[in-house]
Design a protein. Structure first.
Lengths: 327, 82
């Protein structure tokens, strides 16, 4: 094959989080020629989570980075190849799907698994973009270390917000959690947070809607929120961490025929197949996903088995066609 | 030509791991400054990058010019080390 011909695979998995890596473990064990494309971090959001306490098999919890590393090693042990790069478009050519990469080369594959996961939403309030990485952050495990003995604001009320707040207590002198309505995290996490509330290190600020992040142009110094009476409330801080839900990484599907729901998650059938035959989806990017690492791994395994059925079906169809044209 | 590479990291940073994995795959050596082990160097990382985040990768060329890559940004990192 010359260098300018597209590489060909049985399966391209877009993403390398828990759903993707689990699927790769299954498909490579069955000698399905599989490659994964990851534009961000191998392990996905799991890899930037400090400790994961609800993934089965780890009685004392597991560090997100360690889980990601072990999943990667397990998939690679069976022959999975992980390419660091981005798939920018999918074109359905029937028997094959043509994928465009950010390096300008095309790939041909018989099946695709989209497991691109989700990223944290932005608040969209003034100051958020200006102070990004200079006082506004979306990754506590990456950036928390810069806030030793500093005051912080965390925006959000779900599991991620509470878990990341607990992580940030190892650095920060005080943390205000701004909660629009009520805390929606699991009871276990709320119990873990309680000692920090009791000691005064963490304050839950209920009924606060963030309005603006303010600084001196270089660093953040306060967040303005509005309370239930629509009055402004000021929170002095050195930094802001935002965890307000997830948005699916599906922008690259804009020109494809893969059906998305109203908020951009991929619609699949019971086989985890999308509206394009041969293109499957699993994990946090899928409409109906529960946003749990264990669920993502389960969906990855299911998708792998359904992809095998799909590939075998196609294979048999091709063999039948070949028999039909034989003299 | 690359003379040396320094990466500012922390223990828990997944994106730092990705930068290290990328450089190792290319067979490139680097010095790692782990800010959990050397918190006194946080200000240095901030001064160099203008950002309060890791990873920060400092690629020093043989003519002593430097490229600073903030975060795990392959589009900037790959050409900087080639």
């Amino acid at each position: 094959m010359s260098d300018d011909q597209p590489k060909q695979y049985d399966l391209v998995i877009i993403g390398a989080g828990p759903a993707a890596l689990t699927a790769a473990i299954y498909t490579t064990r069955e000698d399905i020629n599989t490659v994964l494309y990851e534009r961000g971090v191998v392990g996905g959001l799991a890899a930037v989570t400090d400790v994961i306490d609800n993934y089965p098999g780890f009685s004392n919890g597991v560090k997100g980075l360690d889980l990601a590393e072990d999943l990667r090693k397990q998939a690679e042990r069976f022959g999975a190849k992980i390419e660091l790069g981005e798939i920018t478009a999918i074109k359905d050519e029937g028997e094959h799907k043509r994928l465009q990469t950010d390096s300008g080369t095309d790939i041909l594959t018989r099946a695709v698994l989209i497991a691109t996961g989700s990223d944290y939403n932005r608040t969209g309030i003034p100051g958020e973009e200006h102070y990004y990485a200079r006082g506004v952050h979306f990754c506590a495990t990456c950036d928390g270390a810069f806030y030793r003995d500093k005051r912080l604001v965390v925006i959000g009320a779900g599991n991620s917000a509470i878990q990341e707040t607990i992580f940030l207590t190892r650095y920060a002198s005080h943390i205000d959690i701004l909660v629009r309505s009520e805390v929606k995290a699991s009871e276990v996490l709320i119990k873990e947070l309680q000692p920090f509330i009791d000691s005064g290190k963490v304050s839950l600020q209920l009924g606060i809607t963030p309005k603006e992040i303010i600084g001196d142009g270089q660093v953040v110094n306060k967040v303005i929120g509005s309370n239930k009476d629509n009055q402004d409330v000021e929170f002095i801080t050195d930094g802001v961490f935002v965890f307000i839900g997830l948005k699916p990484n599906t922008a690259f599907l804009a020109k494809s025929n893969v059906k998305l729901n109203s908020v951009g998650f991929i619609v699949t059938d019971a086989n985890l197949e999308t509206s394009v035959p041969g293109v499957f989806a699993a994990g946090d990017v899928r409409s109906g996903a529960t946003m749990q690492i264990a669920s993502a791994s389960g969906e990855g395994a299911t998708a792998a088995l359904k992809i095998r059925e799909y590939l075998e079906g196609r294979l048999h169809q091709t063999e039948l066609q070949q028999l039909e044209v034989m003299p | 030509m690359v003379k040396n590479i320094t990466i500012f990291t922390t223990n828990t940073c997944g994106y730092c791991q990705m930068v290290k994995t990328f450089l190792k795959a290319k067979g490139m050596g680097f010095e790692e400054v782990n800010l959990d082990h050397e918190p006194q160097r946080r200000a240095e990382a901030h001064r160099i990058s203008g950002a309060l985040t890791v990873p920060v990768t400092v690629v020093t060329k043989t003519d002593d010019s430097q490229e600073i890559i903030v975060g795990y940004n392959l589009a900037k990192l790959a050409p900087a080390v080639n």
